[in-house]
Design a protein around this ligand. Structure first.
Ligand code: MG
Ligand code: MG
Length: 612
């Protein structure tokens, strides 16, 4: 029944499974979820399910102190079962008697007698969503480490039995105590609070870690949607309805806060709706692909909003602008070219007719207008994503906590020194939309890209992606190191292993390449989650592929080993991270087609090379 090497037959090499895996690992609770993600499990699990005949979907966690189920689990389980049914696969929801009502109010009559289920129903697969599995001492424990064995039937026995009977198993969890997380037992022990008490020992063939288990289930449904070519995800309205019904009918509460609210693990409903709509963007074609004039809403009319609107108009689309500032319409630049304008706030009535809405960075992720657009099913994208979808020049994206802008500016000087074309911009510079408005530009575009921008990208696929560094100082905003790294890694999520045919006209003649700092093991390990090629830079050690400094001298090893001269350890303006920036820029130059002579010349003209 196992289907581990289906990848050879896989027909969609560019399908966004890695991106979906990344989105569902969104970790506002800072549980180190991204650290538990095993790459590619989502795709393999979905591929296996596509060939299933009958699937038992196990879920439900009873909270003894409130006498109700928790909101995480059943909505996701019901979504998986519904998607399978749509695909013609028989699916049963299974739970224990304490959680029956949590399924009934969602319109599903669950199986509660697990005895002989395998013999009776002859399932080919089991899926667990947020169902606890036994720990080392045989007890079942919640995330606080409390023993809940007396209130929890041992349904994980089905998974242990499945293993002996050749039934394929999939475990979805968000904390390490759930069925399936035995696959990442060591990581749970090492990184999850109370790991030694709660870590589940039950392993599954495929293991999906997510920020909440419902999200993991929606991610699995999104993966099934890609494989079947159909949008099987519940609508934002259905997701909201399931959670509010569970709470309003008094059968479930939030498992973390214990409150009777339509939240999951303390996370607001709006966050879940946004995540589901992000997943939908991954599995449905962008409206821009229709190649016909669209009606596009621009939410927020600051610098990026104006650039996006101008680009859209240039490409023949109609634009409606919604601006929160109480401006007079006649004071809005270019207002005569716009289809319609509202000022002093955003209303759903104004934006609902749009084919798609572009949200400016100033519009908060949890803004009520975004929520309203999600519920209406209007696609929302960022300016970077919009411009990327309209861009036909290759992109170099540089991210990191510090130095991304100086690296891009240095790159600009290196290219200029040898007369190669390059356009630069980024989060604090020129927005990509504005770059695309400039006439007669050629060559690649190098962008400094912030975490904020990366959080919302969908198809963004820079040919070269560089992550310079991470700094603990930003931890407060992103909750945890794992979460910060997850967001940064979105810069290369759409990379593929495809070798690019060498083409003399290609302004960026290299395959998808990720550049990482070799001296930071936390970032270096991202190469395991990269499907493209990885290069490294190091301040002191030789690397197998990349650039490094050794005793003041600059070396590069791409296919051959080259000594390129001496790199000055101090920048003209004394920036402390200058060497790393320079190494990264030199690597990008080489990947862009610079030969040794050009690199030496570019360094020398910029007074970076002190010896040659
Ligand atoms: Mg959990
Ligand atoms: Mg949970």
């Amino acid at each position: 029944m196992m289907n581990h090497d289906a990848s050879e037959r896989f027909p969609f090499p560019d399908a966004p499974f890695a991106s979906i895996e990344n989105i569902i690992a969104y970790d506002p609770g800072g549980r180190n979820v991204f650290g538990l993600v095993i790459p590619d499990q989502l795709r393999l699990a979905a591929q296996s399910l596509i060939g299933a005949r009958r699937v038992g979907v196990v879920s439900g966690l009873f909270l003894p102190h409130v006498g109700k189920s928790e909101t995480d689990g059943p909505p996701g389980a019901v979504a998986v079962a519904a998607a399978l049914t749509e695909l013609g696969v028989a699916a049963d929801c299974l739970t224990d008697v304490r959680n029956v009502e949590a399924f009934r109010v969602l319109g599903v009559e669950p199986v509660t007698n697990a005895d002989d289920y395998i013999a009776r129903a002859k399932p080919t697969h089991f899926v667990s969503v947020e169902r606890l599995g036994r720990t080392r001492d045989g007890a079942y424990r919640n995330m606080k480490g409390e023993d809940v064995t007396a209130w929890h039937d041992p349904l994980d026995a089905l998974f242990l039995e499945a293993d002996r009977k050749d039934v394929t198993t999939i475990g979805i969890g968000d904390g390490g105590n759930e069925i399936g997380m035995g696959r990442v037992f060591a990581e749970v022990l090492a990184t999850i609070p109370h790991g030694e008490r709660i870590a589940c020992t039950v392993s599954t063939d495929f293991c999906i870690a997510a920020g909440t288990s419902n999200w993991g289930a929606y991610g699995l449904v999104a993966a099934l949607s890609i494989l079947s070519g159909r949008d099987l995800l519940p609508s934002a309205y259905e997701v909201a309805n399931a959670l509010t019904t569970l709470v309003q009918r008094g059968v479930a509460v939030d498992g973390v806060t214990g409150k009777s609210e339509a939240t999951v693990d303390g996370i607001p409903l709006a966050t879940t709706l946004r995540l589901v709509e992000n997943l939908r963007r991954q599995i449905t074609p962008s409206p821009l692909q229709r190649r016909e004039p669209l009606c596009v809403g621009v939410l927020g009319y600051g610098e990026t909003g104006r650039a996006a609107a101008a680009l859209l108009l240039r490409r023949g689309h109609r634009v409606r602008v919604s601006e929160v500032r109480p401006l007079r319409v006649e004071d809005i630049p270019g207002s005569k070219t716009l289809d319609a304008v509202e000022t002093g706030g955003h209303t759903i009535e104004f934006l609902a007719p749009c084919d798609l809405v572009v949200a400016s960075p100033g519009v908060r992720p949890d803004a009520p207008i975004r929520n309203a657009l999600h519920r209406r099913g209007v696609p929302v994208m960022s300016e970077l994503e919009l411009a990327y979808q309209m861009c036909d020049r290759p992109i170099i994206a540089v991210t990191g906590t510090v130095g991304k802008r100086s690296t891009v500016e240095l790159l600009d000087r290196l290219f200029a020194a040898v007369g190669r074309p390059l356009t630069i911009g980024g989060n604090k510079g020129t927005p990509l939309s504005a770059i695309l408005l400039q006439e007669k530009q050629t060559g690649p575009i190098a962008l400094a890209v912030s975490s904020f921008q990366l959080e919302t990208v969908v198809t963004f696929h820079p040919r070269i992606a560089a992550i310079l560094n991470i700094n603990e100082a930003h931890m407060d905003r992103h909750c945890s190191l794992a979460e910060y790294i997850r967001i940064k890694s979105r810069v290369y999520m759409n990379h593929t292993s495809a070798e690019r045919l060498s083409n003399v006209d290609d302004p960026l003649p290299c395959p998808d390449t990720l550049i990482l700092p070799y001296d930071d093991p936390r970032l270096c390990s991202l190469s395991r989650k990269n499907r493209g090629r990885t290069c490294y830079f190091s301040r002191g050690r030789p690397v197998t592929r990349g650039a490094w400094i050794e005793r003041g001298a600059l070396y590069m090893n791409m296919n051959d080993h080259t000594h390129l001269g001496a790199l000055s350890p101090d920048s003209p303006d004394g920036e402390p991270l200058f060497v790393e920036n320079a190494l990264c820029a030199v690597l990008i130059a080489r990947l862009s087609g610079f030969d040794d002579t050009e690199i030496r010349e570019a360094l020398k003209k910029n007074q970076i090379d002190t010896m040659s």
